[in-house]
Design a protein around this ligand. Structure first.
Ligand code: SF4
Length: 438
């Protein structure tokens, strides 16, 4: 087959951005090359369906590709969570789509695109996901994302992920370590371990090494790279993991631990598997064992049946846990989930008001957390020129806070540096370069 060109447009979370790297890797291995959508022989949309807004965006973007189909007979392919959920319904709604591929089909993307032309292809089987040995074409030279678990078995009542990504599968420890080794040998400075729930890594396999052991192993084998991970689950985030963060020098002091709600009644209705008191014990232990740790969270407001008292319990937990940041969401029912059968009974105006109140507290906590860094000297990894002000560098501290500082002549992208924190803004820090560490 002659060389083909593709364009890839990605929606949604970090998991999808990394899936995009693997789709690129699979296509490049078959001789495809990337270009802009208007010149591409195939345009691939990688979709998300966790929130309704992502779904709306996808359909908007899809219709904007219709003229390309009409003018150049471009192959239009839609993959990812929404494709998994919709399957042939997507083709019925947008008949100019040639290929629909689900979340277990990424390694077969080249075959699927090459089959296009003989009628629409829909491949959404959720069995036998392959997460090892998939070539990956990294978007950044200095940072790598590595899937350690795929899918989820938790069935939180509001969440569609288990239905569209399938049951949880963990990669073998040595397989993860080998991939990390290959990235580090290529000069990667920061490794990000990815999973819907990294803390349950290999939990199903009796006697096997778990997440805490993985952190220790990677820490001792590759001490030159920073190690981060996302996402944690409060039920499975245990003291062994806290200790491995505390005792492994290159595991960064940052944890994202989604609380979702502060009331035990709502946590039970969400099927989260923990109570607020357990959550708080873990947070206290984390803060005690890992000095300087930064802790962020997710909060959903307006879950079915959430009373003012339940909501007050969420606000109270925000203050008690002193989060460094919180991502806040309005509940909206997702098809297929258990919560979609509950009456969505919190008034829209009440939901909006609760969102405003939760965001107000979260902003105050974030500002206080940032102000607490002023005057310190920190090692940062420089990500590149700031998008807002290219005369400054954007970098992240070990505890994942964003720092901006003045650019000089030398290119510092992907370099570790020492920076003195001189001021705090609402969402980021300002600093002065003290030393380039290389
Ligand atoms: S842990 Fe819960 S919220 Fe997270 S992906 Fe699994 S089901 Fe969804």
């Amino acid at each position: 087959m002659e060389k083909m060109t593709y364009a890839l447009i990605t929606f949604g979370c970090q998991m999808n951005l990394h899936d995009a790297e693997r789709i690129r890797g699979a296509l490049h291995a078959r001789g495809w090359s990337e270009c802009e959508p208007r010149y591409a022989e195939a345009v691939i949309l990688l979709t998300c369906c966790v929130r309704e807004s992502a779904e709306r965006k996808l359909y908007g973007r899809l219709s904007s590709l219709k003229p390309l189909k009409e003018k150049r007979d471009t192959i239009i392919a839609v993959g990812g969570c929404l494709a998994q959920k919709e399957g042939t319904r997507l083709i019925a709604q947008a008949p100019y789509v040639d290929v629909v591929f689900g979340t277990h089909q990424y390694p077969h993307i080249a075959d699927l695109l090459e089959q296009a032309g003989g009628g629409a292809v829909c491949s959404t089987a959720l069995s036998g996901v392959r997460i090892s040995g998939i070539p990956c074409s990294r978007l950044e030279e200095f940072r790598a994302w590595i899937t350690i678990t795929h899918g989820c078995d938790n069935f939180c009542s509001y969440c569609i992920v288990p239905y569209v990504r399938g049951s949880e599968v963990s990669r073998p420890l040595e397989d993860v370590a080998e991939e990390v080794g290959a990235h580090v040998a290529e000069g990667v400075r920061e490794i990000n371990l990815l999973g819907q729930n990294v803390d349950s890594y290999r939990r199903k396999e009796e006697g096997k090494s778990r997440f805490a052991d993985l952190l220790r192993l990677l820490g001792s084998r590759y001490p030159e790279a920073w190690i981060r991970f996302t996402t944690s689950h409060p039920r499975d985030f245990d003291l062994a993991i806290v200790r491995s963060i505390a005792e492994t020098a290159n595991v960064c002091e940052y944890v994202h631990l989604p609380l979702q709600a502060g009331s035990d009644r709502i946590l039970a209705a969400m099927n989260r598997g923990y109570r607020r008191a357990e959550y708080q014990v873990k947070v206290d232990e984390l803060r005690r064992c890992v000095p300087g740790v930064s802790l962020t969270t997710d909060v959903i407001v307006g879950f079915p049946g959430e009373s003012e008292e339940d909501f007050a319990a969420t606000l109270e937990m925000l203050e008690l846990c002193r989060f460094d940041g919180a991502f806040t969401f309005l509940y909206n029912p997702r098809e297929m989930t258990a919560a979609a059968d509950l009456p969505d009974d919190v008034d829209a105006r009440v939901k909006q008001d609760r969102l405003r109140r939760v965001m107000e507290i979260s902003r105050r906590l974030t500002s206080a957390s940032l102000r607490g860094e002023v005057g310190s000297e920190q090692t940062v990894l420089v990500h590149g020129p700031s998008r807002k002000d290219p005369r400054r560098w954007s970098a992240r501290t070990r505890n994942n806070k964003l720092v901006h500082f003045q650019r000089g002549e030398v290119n510092l992208t992907g370099v570790f540096a020492r920076v003195e924190i001189t001021a705090a803004g609402s969402w980021s820090l300002h600093g002065e370069l003290k030393e380039i560490l290389g």
